[in-house]
Design a protein around this ligand. Sequence first.
Ligand code: ADP
Length: 450
Amino acid sequence: MTYFDKILIANRGEIAIRVMRACRELGIETVAIYSEPDRNALHVQYADEAFCVGEAHPSKSYLNKERICDVAKKSGAEAIHPGYGFLAENAGFAKLVEEEGLTFIGPSWKTIEILGSKIESKRMMREAGVPVLPGTPEGVTSIDEARKVAAEIGYPVIVKASAGGGGIGMHIVENDDQLEEAIEKGRRIAESTFGDPTIFVEKYLEKPRHLEIQILADGAGHIVHLYDRECSIQRRHQKLLEEAPSPIMTPELRERMAESAITAAKTANYKNAGTVEFLYSNGDYYFMEVNTRLQVEHTVTEFITGIDLVKQQIAIAAGYDLAMDQEDISMRGHAIECRINAEDPLNNFAADPGKIVRYRSPGGPGIRVDSGIHMGYTIPAHYDSMIAKLCAWGMNREEAIQRMRRAISEYVIIGVKTTLPLHYAIMQNPYFIAGETHTHFLQEGHIAAS
Ligand code: ADP
């Protein structure tokens, strides 16, 4: 089966390498792009060909749509895989790729555009019968209207940017007095970060769990789910540790949630791999958003299902129908992913870029490391602080935790501060071991990461 002869990977770091690994297994040639400071990065060395696309700042390199399409055409690549972050959920980029006669490995630009609006996607899902949190049905136009809705649904509420992502631009509001300021601040941040000031208000859940369903959909309207993931351990609304399946999942809850996820995909005319995110609280779950890309945490789903999600993405983009039915997909064991960030957990997770002076990665049974770093590598300050993903699989959750502890103790990264000690502390934490986590787990201070 030939899907494509050559693919350009419009990304850097571990995810660029992850995609290239799938390509290499499939006999597809790879084209890397890089910014000036990334000249010697691992993803550049891994690729068959590599082209510099500009200066360090992402707007001058990894976000330079036209330049990236030019490189794709010049190199003879037929398709572009965007990874996650950068241009992965940029409808304008997906559209440009299509207009240039190339294939975008992901959903259609129209689907990305609609689902990129949290307001629009919530509306669609509400109409399709998927549970959503109560809130303003549209963007907030006046403070009086926001006051009225907040009073109806009851405080606390959360002000969110419709175009938001990366946990940015969210403000929790405890009472009426704080609402106006939060709305103004929310608008300002939404405008400056996402170029769209539209914000909305919804009910704030105090200690929810973040659960999500991985789906795959082909062009023939065939949709399957690949079970659930739990991503409740977060800092600043950003995931830090994920697992599959969720420790609280029951067959009944899974069936309901997977059905909602498939309805969501159908409603959005979804094609390719995607993730439907939910918040869960007291037995109920609520749709949050669809992420129209490969997720960072796709690794844990790959571990429990044995399915290579990147290969599936490539096959779907090449126009092939899914080669599996729901009955063909099964789950085995338990997997955990720790995001290893070059950050200081003891200093409010401040980024700590710099040179890695000693490096030894773990291995052995059930361990997978996806990283973009190596000994002597200098982590540039311009990009995401996530430098590696450490994943452990076990026959059950207990074994996955034991293996993760063992792997963390083997992992040597010297020269920069990392989240490794924090992850070790989480692996020892009795609440985590009991599966009792929620999105405020880290703030509650059970964990000392020293
Ligand atoms: P982003 O797209 O910026 O990642 P999300 O809407 O996916 O934002 O939310 C990210 C995280 O923010 C969630 O996992 C959760 O921890 C928190 N969050 C978002 N909405 C709510 C809410 N209504 N109640 C409680 N927590 C929320």
